[in-house]
Design a protein around this ligand. Sequence first.
Ligand code: ATP
Length: 310
Amino acid sequence: MKPLLEALHIKKKFQTLTAVDDISLHVAPGECLALLGPNGAGKTTTVEILEGLQSPDSGTVKLFGQDMTPRSKRDLMQRVGVMLQETNLYKKLTVKETLSLFRSFFKQGLDVQQAIQIVQLEDKQNARLEELSGGQKQRAFLACALVNEPELLFLDEPTTGLDPQSRRMIWDLLDKEKGKGRGILLTTHYMDEAEYLADRVAIVDHGKIITEGSPEELIRQYCGEQVLSFSFEDTDARHENLLEENLAWFKQVKKVQNRYEFIAQNLVSAIHDLTQATSKLSLKLAGIEMRRSTLEDVFLTLTGRSIRDA
Ligand SMILES: Nc1ncnc2c1ncn2[C@@H]1O[C@H](COP(=O)(O)OP(=O)(O)OP(=O)(O)O)[C@@H](O)[C@H]1O
């Protein structure tokens, strides 16, 4: 299948800071690619280059098989939907008026009423944007992005700051749109969002894609499926030193509050090692549990940092 979007070797510097450092990516019809990375990783700059809002210093962008140039951009953008981040630009307009405005930018597309129905805002269509909740506002912006029935959707952090229920509702709406064959390029720093929506995830750090694959592939490749999480009734720095001496993998554990987490390639032998070491050192385990690895663990394995702390 021909890609809807293809970017090759994109670079962008701001003075001495390299915000985007040789990024290449593609999105096929019906596919969602997520750029996942911490704040400042270069995701927004990348997306703005792909949307034609910023020019790259070097590299090429093709939309629907055509080079994006200042001349071709206008026509190409007729086939693209961009979901705005929270903005106060149109806060005095109602949902219906905002959608009519967006609809007027495009030659073809949905009726305003159809767009309102898709995002389930019928009962709020006459409300001003400033009167909507965060989740309703994001759904209104999603309707704006869908009003021209785009083949490709750009979503920059679509659910940042929303409560779990509103996030879930946006995810379900986006999943349906993907099912209609639309390609989606999503940026997010939420692992669960990338895991839920993305067919492929490109992990971005310091302007580079450091790895790419389906969430399952990345987890299998870098983490194994399981994380062993444990805590002691009583530990201090001295105990931690002893554990380092007696437990080969203890140097690799991550401390999360009073728990220790270890990404275990072989869970059975990790549990065996742990119980042997604790009984030798007369330490009492307060709890031991296993959880599924996540993309957060992949990021941690690759960078030594957590996405949130990075
Ligand atoms: N116009 C600009 N001038 C100077 N520096 C910029 C500009 N835009 C972005 N940057 C810098 O480039 C880097 C990448 O920023 P960008 O917004 O692309 O990251 P991001 O991954 O989208 O982060 P966030 O999740 O916080 O939006 C950051 O260090 C940022 O400060």
